[in-house]
Design a protein around this ligand. Sequence first.
Ligand SMILES: Cc1cc2nc3c(=O)[nH]c(=O)nc-3n(C[C@H](O)[C@H](O)[C@H](O)COP(=O)(O)OP(=O)(O)OC[C@H]3O[C@@H](n4cnc5c(N)ncnc54)[C@H](O)[C@@H]3O)c2cc1C
Length: 405
Amino acid sequence: MDTAYDAIVVGARCAGSPTAMLLARKGYRVLVVDRATFPSDTVSSHVVHPVGVAALARWGLLDRLTATGCPPIHTYAFDFGPFTISGSPGTPDAPNAYCARRTVLDKLLVDAAAEAGAEIREGFTVEEILRDDGRVVGIKGRSKGGERVTERARLVVGADGRYSVVAEAVRPEQYHEKPPLLAAYYTYWSGLPIDGRFETYIRPRRGFAAAPTHDGLTLTVGGWPHAEFETHKKDVEGSFLKMFDLVPAFAERVRGAKRVAPFAGAAVTNFFRKPYGPGWALVGDAGYNKDPITAQGINDAFRDAERCVMALDETFTGARASDEAMGAYQRARDQHVLRMYEFTCQLATLEPPPPDMLQLFGAVHGNQKAMDGFVQMNAGTISPAEFLSPENVASIMTAARMRSA
Ligand SMILES: Cc1cc2nc3c(=O)[nH]c(=O)nc-3n(C[C@H](O)[C@H](O)[C@H](O)COP(=O)(O)OP(=O)(O)OC[C@H]3O[C@@H](n4cnc5c(N)ncnc54)[C@H](O)[C@@H]3O)c2cc1C
C-alpha cells in the first residue's frame, strides 16, 4: 500500500507516545496526533509503580524523569485501622515508584517519540476514521490552525483513551464490562511531607492515599462508592476532609498543610475491548480501562505499547500473519491483567474485605516477606494469582500461627 506513514497513532500520552517511539526506533514512518498540546495535564493522578518505572529504564528515559526532581517512593503502607501493612513495592532492579506529574511525564514521552523520528502534530483533533472496503486506512481531522487534513497509513493505532474515537469507529467486541464503581478525586498540598512513602488508608466505604510528587507537593487521591456520587458532588472538599477525619493522625497532618489546587476527579466504566482488526489497533485505556484505585493504567499503557509494537513489527515484516501476531497481543494482555482487573474492581466497591481475607491481612502484618508480597501485588509487580495462591496463603498463615505460638 502506498502511504505516507506505516502507522498513525491517535493520542500522545502514556500509551501513544511510547508506541510511536518504539515503532520509530524500529525504522517505521510514524505520525502521532493529539488534540492536546504538551506539556499539559489530564484528569489522572499519576503513581507509576516500579513495573512502569522499569519500562522507562528499558527505554532509556528513567534518568530524564529523575532529573526533573520527582522524588522516588521506596515504601507503600496500607493502613487498615487496626494494623498497617508496609513494604517494598519493587524488585532489586526496579525498587522505586514515582508519582510523576502528567505535565512532566507525558511531555517527556512525547519528546522521546519525536527524538526517535516520529512526526508529532499537537492540537490536532481526529474527527473521522477513514475506511476502504472495511479496512481502516487513515484519519481525517482538524489541525491547530483549523484546516481539515486527511492522512493515510497502513495502520491506525487508537491510543486515545477510554472515549477512543478509533474504537467508536471500529466498534470492537467489548467484554468483562462493569459500571463505574468509585467516584475518585485528587488534589495537591504543600506542607504535607511524606518522605518516600505511598500511604493508603482503607476504612468502611472510604479509601484514600497520599504520595510525594514534583515541586515538594503531596498528591492526595481518594473517594467513595459511585452510589454516593450525587450526595457528595456539590461539596467534594467537605466530604474529603470528613474522610480524612476517619484517620485523626492524617487529618492533623492535613490541618498543617495548604491545598494548592482544586479537586479533580472522575468515575470510569470498566471494560476490555478487542484491540485489533483490519488496519487498526488499540493500546492503553482505549483497549482496556479499569478503575484507578490500583493505579495500574500507566503500567498497562507502557506494557501495551511494547507488546503491540512487537506484534505490529511481526505483521509489517511478514514474520507472522497479522491475526496471529495481534491475537497473541490480545491474549497476552488479557492473561496478564485479568486477575488484577478482578482485584481492582473488587477493591473499588470499597466493601469491607471478606472475613477470610481480613484474617489473611492480619497474618501478613508483621511478616516482612509477606508484607512485601502484599505490597507488590497491589503495585502489579506480582500477580494477585501468585500472592493469593493456596500455597502462599498457607505459608503465611502457618508463619503467623508459629509467631503467635
Ligand atoms: C481519577 C483518575 C486517577 C488515576 N490515577 C492513576 C494513577 O495514579 N496511576 C496510573 O497508572 N493510572 C492512573 N489513572 C489511569 C491513567 O490516567 C490512564 O490509564 C492513562 O492515562 C492511560 O493512558 P492513555 O495514553 O491510554 O490515555 P490518555 O492518557 O487518556 O490519553 C489519550 C490522549 O488521546 C487524545 N485524544 C483523544 N481523542 C482524540 C481525538 N479525537 N483526536 C486527537 N487526540 C485525541 C487525548 O487528548 C489524550 O491526550 C487514573 C485515572 C483517573 C481517571
